[in-house]
Ligand binder design. Structure first.
Ligand code: RIB
Length: 293
């Protein structure tokens, strides 16, 4: 069993479903409202745990009802919460999600996630023994992402940076990350002057650009490869990227080669969209392996 450390956001997702997405200034009637656990960090932690990794979550929640529910959910999924801290001066993070017309729109209020300082994250990393992979995303302060990437690089700890939501990254942070996993939009923010092929060629076996239904594109050195996704009829695509990142990290940490790891990750992501909620469809290891075989 591999040790995965996820540093990132833990939030509550407030999800409205509607037949129509409202335009600016418009009011529409929704069809349902549900509150489910989310946040890119917690989603990746839960996905990795269901896929058989030993997962440590490093993050913060508010000292409130959502915070308690978020911690309970992590524990129920077998995620270690020793490095989770409740804060009293901020509320738990929330994501306000509209599911309409076959896709989601999300507004994130970071709340306590904004208190994950570089020193808090590095202290946790120093205490966890033998980390096989760190997973980090961008719903936490930018300086924490920069410092964690620097720390992992200097301590030879593989780190996967999922640069979501999109924001520009310092060149040294890109250099310090072992793996970078933007979607197409995030890649265009990271490499505004490069085509997809030019960016991939600059970072062979390091940059993996997810293209939704198409699959994942990367450079294997001399040639560009597209590993196709598995076709499914999606119910809710929220959390598909998180499942992909977690599964890719678990597979690489276990020593799978890149193509096998990407197939494993694509399969896990395709299952995750078949149920409602970011974590609702995240598969177990057995479910992914049965379908792959
Ligand atoms: O990646 C999906 C997640 O992004 C949701 O669960 C929501 O919390 C948003 O942060």
């Amino acid at each position: 069993m591999r040790n995965i450390c996820v540093i990132g956001s833990c939030s509550m997702d407030l999800v409205v479903t509607s037949d129509k997405r409202p335009k600016a200034g418009e009011t529409v009637l929704g069809t349902s409202f549900q509150t489910v656990p989310g946040g890119k960090g917690a989603n990746q932690a839960v996905a990795a745990a269901r896929l058989g990794a030993h997962v440590f979550m490093v993050g913060k929640v508010g000292d409130d009802h959502y915070g308690t529910a978020i911690l309970d959910n992590l524990k129920a999924n077998g995620v270690r919460t020793d490095y989770m801290e409740p804060v009293t001066h901020k509320e738990s993070g929330t994501a306000h999600i509209v599911l309409a017309e076959g896709d989601n729109s999300i507004v994130v209020v970071k709340g306590a996630n904004d208190d994950i300082t570089p020193s808090y994250a590095i202290d946790a990393l120093e205490q966890i023994e033998k980390i096989d992979m760190v997973l980090i995303q961008q719903e936490i302060p930018e300086e924490t992402v920069d410092e964690v990437c620097r720390y992992c690089h200097s301590h030879d700890i593989p780190i996967m940076l999922n640069p979501a939501p999109a924001r520009p990254l310092k060149q040294e942070t890109i250099d310090h990350a072992t793996y970078l996993t933007p979607n197409e939009h995030e890649a265009s923010i990271l490499f505004p002057r490069l085509t997809v092929s030019e960016a991939l060629a600059l970072y062979p076996a390091k940059l993996f650009i997810t293209e939704g239904k198409q699959g994942v594109r990367y450079s294997a050195g001399s040639k560009e490869r597209l590993i196709p996704s598995f076709p499914v009829e999606p119910v809710d695509t929220t959390g598909a990227g998180d499942t992909f990142n977690a599964a890719f990290a678990v597979a690489l940490a276990e020593g799978k080669d890149i193509e096998a790891a990407l197939r494993f990750a694509n399969r896990a992501a395709s299952l995750s969209v078949c149920s409602f909620g970011a974590q609702g469809g995240m598969p177990t290891r057995k479910e992914v392996e049965e379908l792959l075989s």
